[in-house]
Design a protein around this ligand. Structure first.
Ligand code: HXC
Length: 299
């Protein structure tokens, strides 16, 4: 927080955004930055004290903000919060699905209900919010006149690109979120002019995810093989959200932007760089110098 934005201050001016999980962590920074760039902000969450404190911080920055209690697992809550946002601000342009659930657990210790709980928050919750928001987001929806449709951003992860220890439930849930992003981008992009994208953050400091999933001693060790040698900031994710939610991203639809400094590509270095250079030259030399007819396996 407090870092300067490279974007103009009015890039989402006049827009109304609803952010689930907007009271803390990544969701709160997205709420703050959308607000700082001109949007009115509604945040949805389960914990009233968290919502109240977030709304008062947003208000102190001059951001028109309101909080609505609700659980994305409840279709009634989703419907009520979307309607309340529309009633409060008169329109809805941007839906950000940032609410998520997580804990570390091995598959054999995870009950089917534990698995289902995370699927329900992350995947079903994301779909439910999109489903309930559609009538407000679509082209020609209430308050939209005949202007283009709104936009949706789903916060995902990179866990499921390969596989992740103790994260089978979240990997499955985020894979489903990415599928929802792509399918809605196709269908609602075509039918209603709604752009649907995602963001896959890497490890981000000062978030519930980081404190729940990465003990501090592991955290400092892990930095040794991170491509950019650092963990991200909530600001990094919020800037990606601004790009995708504003007209800067007006031709981007159906993508999930990875914002992790390249971490998902990283592998521990198995040989030092100098050793590779020598080894590689030596192997070439051996193969050049070898008498013709010697089988490769003998080189
Ligand atoms: C094993 C667990 C568990 C644990 C819960 N369960 N915690 N199993 N290890 N540590 C099981 C319970 O035993 C139960 O199954 C089922 O999950 C539901 O648990 P409840 O406590 O009843 O659920 P609930 O109160 O609804 O809480 C949901 C929650 C909780 C997901 C468990 O942690 C939560 O509300 N989290 C929201 C905030 C959050 O996690 N934010 C971090 C997001 S980080 P049984 O069978 O016993 O009934 C993030 C980053 C992703 O998303 C990307 C990472 C890189």
């Amino acid at each position: 927080m407090g870092k300067e934005s490279p974007f103009r201050g009015d890039i989402v001016k006049g827009k109304v955004a609803l952010i689930t999980g907007g009271g803390s962590g990544i969701g709160f920074e997205i709420s703050t930055q959308l607000g700082k760039h001109g949007a009115c902000v509604a945040i949805m969450g389960r914990r009233k004290p968290v919502l109240d404190s977030a709304v008062s911080t947003l208000a102190s920055l001059g951001i028109p903000a309101v909080g609505f209690e609700g659980d994305v697992r409840s279709q009634d809550d989703a419907k009520r919060v979307v309607e309340s946002t529309f009633r409060h601000f008169g329109r809805l342009d941007i839906l950000i699905n940032a609410a998520a659930g997580n804990f570390l657990v091995s598959p054999e210790d995870l009950s089917p209900n534990g698995f289902r709980t995370v699927m329900n928050i992350d995947s079903v919750g994301t779909f439910t919010m999109c489903h309930e928001a559609l009538k407000y987001l679509k082209k020609g929806g209430p308050g939209r006149g005949s202007s283009g449709g709104g936009t949706i951003l789903n916060i995902s992860a990179t866990l499921h690109y390969t596989a992740s220890w103790y994260q089978i439930h979240v990997s499955a849930a985020k894979a489903a979120v990415d599928a929802v992003t792509r399918n809605l981008a196709l269908e609602w992009g075509t039918d209603y002019d709604i752009r649907v994208n995602g963001i896959a953050p890497g490890p981000i400091g000062d978030t519930p995810g980081m404190s729940k999933l990465v003990p501090p001693e592991i955290d400092s060790k892990a930095r040794d093989y991170m491509p950019l040698y650092r963990i991200g900031e909530t600001w990094d994710i919020a800037m990606a959200a601004l790009y995708l939610a504003s007209d800067a991203g007006k031709f981007v639809n159906g993508t999930t932007l990875i914002v992790d400094g390249g971490l998902w590509l990283s592998r521990p270095r198995h040989l030092p760089k100098e050793a590779v250079k020598q080894l590689s030259r030596a192997v070439e030399k051996r193969s050049r110098d070898a008498p013709v007819g010697v089988p490769k396996s003998k080189l």
